[in-house]
Design a protein around this ligand. Structure first.
Ligand code: AMP
Length: 215
């Protein structure tokens, strides 16, 4: 079995998976694989995959599994892909989780731990609709909870799927399709719950302690 730290960051949209991945990336020298980011880059670049994915993304629906699994296969089979990695936003349903298991066993890898970041559901709408990203740096802020420094030079925009309508859809898609993965990974002894409703440095500490326990 190959070495390395192999993580899945699970949790509803807005719990802080992206924020924590950015912090963990440096701490663990790990690759951060965000299927959402990969798709948004494809949309920006106007590729065929991006154009077909955009219609699903803007509505808050899941992009077809075949597209997502293609992205994951390509990523993992890249010879320069590092030993340590974390999946942010993948898998998103049971079919993806099953296919991922098979893929990992084919390449002789296994998961270290699945981090289930939990935040009370009623806080997520505000976290998402007030979320803004800087065009120049890619930094993600929240206008109320984590506003950009006043003296900074930021060019903020709102993600197309952070509108109230799309967020409602994304939260119900999470509830129906992604939430069952908590039970799925729990039954495999791989799940750890993380309290996402605390300052981001404290969330990070809890995650690092948890990874230590599972290694
Ligand atoms: P995210 O940035 O993870 O919230 O993803 C943004 C959007 O990209 C989602 O609402 C989906 O439309 C799409 N997406 C990202 N990851 C996946 C996935 N694993 N399966 C299906 N669709 C995905």
């Amino acid at each position: 079995m190959s070495k390395g730290i192999h993580l899945i960051l699970l949790g509803a949209p807005g719990v802080g998976k992206g924020t924590q991945s950015a912090l963990l990336k440096d701490k663990l020298s790990a690759a951060h694989v965000s299927t959402g980011e990969i798709l948004r880059a494809a949309v920006r670049n106007g590729t065929e995959m991006g154009l077909s994915a955009k219609t699903f993304m803007d509505k808050g629906e899941l992009v077809p599994d075949s597209v997502i699994l293609g992205i994951i296969k390509d990523t993992l089979s890249d010879s320069s892909f590092p030993d340590n990695w974390m999946m942010d936003g993948f898998p998103r349903n049971l079919a993806q989780a099953e296919a991922f298991n098979q893929l990992l066993s084919d390449i002789d890898q296994s998961l270290t731990v699945v981090l289930n970041i939990a935040v009370p559901f009623e806080l997520l709408m505000e976290r998402l609709t007030l979320r803004r990203t800087c065009r120049k740096t890619g930094q993600v802020f929240n206008l109320k909870l984590n506003p950009p420094p006043e003296d900074g030079d930021f060019d903020l925009f709102q993600r197309a799927d952070d509108t109230e309508e799309a967020v409602n859809k994304r939260l119900s898609v999470y509830d129906e399709q992604t939430k069952p993965l908590i039970e799925y990974y729990s039954s495999k002894g791989l799940l750890a719950n993380i309290n996402g409703d605390q300052p981001m440095d404290d969330v990070l500490k809890e995650i690092l302690t948890t990874i230590d326990k599972f290694q």
